[in-house]
Design a binder for this molecule. Structure first.
Ligand SMILES: NC(=O)c1ccc[n+]([C@@H]2O[C@H](COP(=O)([O-])OP(=O)(O)OC[C@H]3O[C@@H](n4cnc5c(N)ncnc54)[C@H](OP(=O)(O)O)[C@@H]3O)[C@@H](O)[C@H]2O)c1
Length: 178
């Protein structure tokens, strides 16, 4: 698939993702391929454009590791850090870089989950909030705000306590034995 030319566009948003620990994305070569496509598409022509917004959809899952979801959490942690690097690299260039970290959104990705998903957003409401965050050029937007509060707690939690709580949390089924 050819990458879109983003130079001269006002807003470029990358959201493609797969959420499974047992899919092709667990293969290192596939992860590298996806990462390099993401990088090319978001950065192409950014500095020359001198304006506009580049946004990426990461996730609250990128803040701490979740059992059974390692590849997804790692890819989202990478997205958060990478977007931050890009933001600092483009600082002062006129181009904004926005990192959106949603909690749970009701989409095909989450409809397979057999556990309660707190603060689940309908997709149209999530889209509205994501659009608002991008329009406001927020550096890091966690949606909804309740998830932002949970994220602050999670990030501040000491490792020993996090391990105990996270080990008991519900998880996606894993068919790769570890
Ligand atoms: N749903 C949530 O609760 C939630 C929470 C936090 C973050 N997110 C993030 O939000 C984004 C959208 O997720 P979603 O919930 O809408 O998931 P989804 O319903 O599973 O949709 C994923 C989308 O990504 C596309 N995609 C997957 N791999 C791709 C690739 N290699 N190249 C191009 N497109 C690809 C899929 O296209 P096809 O349909 O053509 O395969 C599909 O449209 C993802 O980045 C996800 O991680 C979702």
């Amino acid at each position: 698939m050819a990458e879109p030319e983003t130079e001269g566009t006002d807003i470029s948003l990358r959201a493609a993702e797969v959420a499974s620990d047992v899919s092709e994305t667990d293969k290192p070569q596939e992860q590298r391929r996806l990462a390099s496509r993401f990088t090319r598409a978001v950065t192409s022509g950014a500095r020359a454009a001198g304006r506009g917004t580049r946004a990426g959809i990461a996730s609250v899952a990128g803040f701490r590791g979740l059992a059974g979801n390692g590849a997804y959490c790692a890819s989202k942690a990478a997205a958060i850090t990478w977007l931050e690097s890009l933001r600092t690299e483009l600082y002062g260039s006129g181009v904004s870089v926005v990192c959106v970290c949603p909690g749970y959104i009701d989409t095909p990705m989450t409809r397979v989950n057999r556990y309660r998903m707190p603060f689940l957003l309908p997709p149209d409401e999530a889209a509205r909030r994501i659009a608002r965050a991008i329009a406001a050029r927020r550096r890091l937007a966690v949606i909804p705000w309740q998830m932002a509060a949970v994220s602050v707690l999670l990030r501040a939690m000491p490792g020993w306590l996090y391990d105990r709580l996270a080990a008991r949390a519900p998880r996606k089924p894993r068919d790769v034995r570890i």
